[in-house]
Ligand binder design. Structure first.
Ligand SMILES: NC(=O)c1ccc[n+]([C@@H]2O[C@H](COP(=O)([O-])OP(=O)(O)OC[C@H]3O[C@@H](n4cnc5c(N)ncnc54)[C@H](OP(=O)(O)O)[C@@H]3O)[C@@H](O)[C@H]2O)c1
Length: 291
């Protein structure tokens, strides 16, 4: 049984797509996370235009013993146009067995590890062949290169088409107080039905709750601030706790580049929102009472 931390540290913004951390800064982040029990790190082959995994790996190579204390998550299936992949003429998806296996092997090399704890297919690919994907994943599992498999941004029917051929243990989707789709499109019901653990990407709306131009900013902030006062905590903890309330066991993938904010998100595990308080936030976000 794989044990993940809650939150998972999302590393998308640690490198070229955000903080541009040096190897020393990556190492500081990794050390601080591990020290505070945040042991799971979320990556994708494409982050930082295919550079972030390697930068993280460079920090890890300085202290290889840390590998066994963490869970490394990566994804494949998106092919981006960048100078680091001059062969890509357009942005597209590739879930061929060859690509899945090659991409995983590159990720392993970048991290300097011989296994990933979880590999995700990053996006549903209209050309996805479930039999072929299942064969690639089985091969990777049998060789010990990946321990667990998940999908990302898959709708229930897409998950089902693949689940017929291979065990799917995770679905990583966008869920936050400003992105409610998974609650109503069957995604979380599908997770509940098949013991698929949902992970929420952009659980804080990519920082939206600090963005005054968002059309629901006032109502969400006012409600979350009142609840923060009631539960004697902060607004971001309330917004994470709101996700944790769902019975499917959502694990938030928090993308901050600041350790303090990851620790604040971790405090949400100690907050138990009442049903009515949960619905106050739901209504603040949708702008209407429930029927
Ligand atoms: N599977 C997918 O398709 C997919 C797509 C997108 C992302 N992801 C994963 O999800 C992770 C999280 O995504 P995200 O970064 O968009 O989500 P997020 O955690 O909702 O937002 C993080 C952003 O919000 C800012 N922020 C402002 N106040 C914050 C606070 N109090 N606490 C935390 N962050 C605050 C952060 O800035 P500071 O750095 O200054 O704190 C950062 O820019 C990514 O790192 C990646 O691993 C997956």
């Amino acid at each position: 049984m794989l044990k993940l931390s809650s939150p998972i540290a999302g590393c998308m913004r640690w490198g070229k797509w955000g903080a541009n951390y040096s190897t020393t800064e990556y190492r500081k982040m990794i050390d601080a996370c591990l020290q505070h029990g945040i042991t799971s790190f979320d990556h994708a082959d494409i982050y930082g235009d295919y550079t972030t995994e390697e930068e993280f790996g460079n920090a890890l190579k300085e202290a290889p013993a840390l590998r066994s204390q963490m869970q490394l998550i990566s994804k494949c299936g998106i092919q981006m146009m960048t100078e680091n992949r001059p062969q890509h003429q357009i942005k597209s998806y590739n879930t061929s067995a060859k690509h899945i296996i090659q991409s995983t092997e590159i990720s392993l090399k970048n991290f300097g590890t011989d296994y990933l704890d979880i590999l995700f297919i990053h996006r549903p690919d209209p050309l996805l062949n479930p039999v072929e994907v299942a064969e690639a994943i089985t091969q990777l599992k049998n060789s010990g290169k990946i321990k667990h498999f998940g999908v990302s941004n898959f709708l229930p029917h897409q998950t089902e088409a693949l689940r017929k051929y291979i065990l799917i243990e995770f679905n990583q989707v966008e869920i936050s107080i400003i992105h409610l789709t998974s609650f109503i499109d069957g995604t979380l019901d599908n997770c509940l039905q098949h013991n698929i653990v949902p992970m929420a990407w952009s659980p804080l709306g990519g920082g939206m709750f600090t963005d005054e131009t968002h059309h629901r900013f006032r109502s969400i902030t006012a409600t979350a601030t009142a609840l923060a006062e009631k539960y004697q905590t902060g607004v971001d903890q309330i917004l994470v706790a709101w996700l944790l309330t769902h019975p499917s066991g959502i694990i938030p993938v928090v993308g901050t580049t600041k350790v303090d904010r990851l620790l604040q998100a971790k405090q949400a595990n100690n907050i138990h929102l009442s049903r009515e308080d949960w619905f106050k936030l739901w209504i603040a976000s949708t702008g209407e009472d429930v029927a």
